[in-house]
Design a protein around this ligand. Structure first.
Ligand code: AMP
Length: 485
């Protein structure tokens, strides 16, 4: 199957797919659609996020729904609120010309509108297991007319502790006339058990790991000690053409510390982690999507299923503990054929993980060269030049200039004039350029020099645990606030 037009789809659905500008099916779509659009069957699809699996189950789900019947006919279970909102949004886009709507139902949001939506007889619900079980127990969620139940990211739902809720829903679902489609990045022992218990003769499609990785992602790793990671991270951000990226940390406290650190250095940063309430997560996502912030720092769980357009970089500040998370993380960039960078900061004792990831993904991760201070300097000067070139309103400045100015500069070359202005306006930049290594970094084991002082009581925050605060250097001049970060 090479194009969507080869499929026997409802014309309204085909129109919506064309609106979305999907032309060529992704590997999981090419393999799953002919099966799921055929005779009813249970199904297992092994594929990660970012591979186009929402449409792989969304298209056949919409084909099965009768919009004239005001009953719940499709139910999708997702591990996180973000993914539920996203999947629901995508089903709405695909179902818009068919008159089929989807309702996201997740914890942390008020019950009222969810209950009303369920009462109105919405056709599709996409939700998180915990809240769905609440509605099921209270009687608002009725599964009697379900045609398909989809488990999206089953491995994640189970590892996040939703196994019981998931099974409560599976048990409550009448099986005559309905199917279960299970999607998962991995076939863990628990996923296998759920599949064996609840699915009937499922068809199986597996997109191999290599296919899971975008072909346009450039994977690099940078060897660095723990104490140099911040310096390396800032350099990578600074030399990037137009950095719009995600940075992954292992723990919530590392996320908040790194966020404070980068904010103090003038970067436009926000963060996502499990402790944020729904409203503030939505605010964060909106400002990231609107590009009011260009860096989003997150934990794995908080970032599940994030679909943001044109992310240029994914940086693993630390490598994930679970190797599958690596695939999930870097799947946030290089989407829809666009280029993207996946960069991992790797300390010597974690270097072996790179070979493991390469083996697992059957892909190559190149060793990257850490940019020098001079590279960063040149990049910053280039950015100033771009701003310099974009100045259109300098006539007034010339008008205000007195004759003494003109006499003073008459003997100077153009380069000299610009050089003097640069030195005067950005002295910190030239100070930095003189140094090969920023002061304050790499002198002790500390990862987050100032922020650390406030958080040193936290358990689990290993960096700098033995540092001598009285020896701490001031913030390195490398992290200037000149506004050119
Ligand atoms: P998903 O894995 O479902 O989250 O999809 C990842 C991204 O790929 C989303 O932004 C989709 O809109 C996009 N996408 C899915 N299928 C296609 C396709 N056939 N062609 C182009 N983009 C697609």
């Amino acid at each position: 199957m090479k194009t969507f037009t080869e499929l026997p789809l409802d014309p309204s659905l085909m129109r919506a797919i064309a609106d979305l500008k999907y032309e060529t099916p992704t590997p999981i779509q090419a393999q799953a659609l002919p099966i799921l659009l055929g005779p009813p069957t249970d199904f297992i699809g092994l594929a990660a996020t970012g591979t186009g699996k929402t449409a792989a189950f969304g298209i056949p789900l919409l084909e099965r729904i009768d919009p004239s019947l005001r009953k719940l006919q499709g139910l999708v279970l997702c591990p996180t609120r973000e993914l539920a909102m996203q999947v629901s949004g995508q089903i709405n886009l695909m179902g818009k010309h068919m008159g089929i709507r989807s309702l996201p139902i997740y914890g942390g949001a008020e019950y009222g509108s969810q209950i009303r939506g369920l009462k109105e007889g919405i056709n599709v619900v996409v939700g998180t297991p915990g809240r769905l079980v609440d509605h099921l127990t209270k009687g608002g969620l009725k599964l009697g007319d379900l045609r398909a139940l989809i488990l999206d990211e089953a491995d994640e739902m189970i590892s996040m502790g939703f196994k019981e809720d998931l099974e409560a829903i599976l048990k409550a679902m009448p099986r005559a006339g309905s199917n279960i489609w299970l999607f998962s990045a991995t076939m863990s022992h628990d996923v296998r058990k759920v599949a064996d218990t609840y699915l009937r003769h499922p068809a199986l499609v597996q997109v191999n790991k290599k296919e899971m990785l975008s072909t346009t992602v450039d994977q690099l790793y940078y060897s660095t000690n723990e104490s140099n990671k911040l310096e390396v991270l800032c350099k990578l951000i600074d030399v990037a053409e137009d950095f719009y990226g995600l940075i992954f940390c292992q723990t919530k406290s590392m996320v908040t510390d790194l966020t404070s650190f980068l904010t103090e250095r003038g970067y436009k940063v926000d963060c996502l982690h499990g402790d944020k309430d729904q409203k503030s997560r939505e605010r964060t996502m909106q400002s990231y999507r609107d590009r009011r912030v260009s860096i989003l720092i997150c934990t794995d769980v908080a970032s599940r299923g994030l679909d943001v357009k044109d992310v240029t970089h994914v940086i693993n500040y630390s490598l994930p503990r679970e190797l599958d998370s690596y695939v999930h993380r870097i799947g946030r960039t290089a989407r829809s054929g666009k280029p993207g960078f996946a960069m991992s900061l790797v300390s010597p004792n974690h270097r072996y993980l790179i070979s493991r990831i390469e083996k697992m993904t059957k892909s190559r991760i190149r060793e990257g060269k850490i940019p020098t201070s001079k590279d960063v300097f040149k990049k910053k000067i280039k950015k100033i030049l771009a701003q310099f070139n974009s100045q259109k309103t300098f006539a007034r400045a010339i008008e205000m200039m007195e004759d003494t100015w003109k006499t003073e500069i008459a003997q100077m070359t153009k380069e000299e004039i610009i050089g003097r202005f640069l030195m005067m306006s950005f002295p910190a930049l030239f100070e930095e350029a003189k140094q090969t290594k920023p002061a304050g970094f790499g002198r002790d084991k500390e990862a987050f020099p100032r922020v650390q002082q406030r958080n040193s009581h936290r358990r689990g925050f290993r960096h700098g645990a033995h540092s001598n605060t009285h020896k701490r250097k001031k913030t390195p001049p490398y992290f200037d606030r000149s506004g050119f970060n």
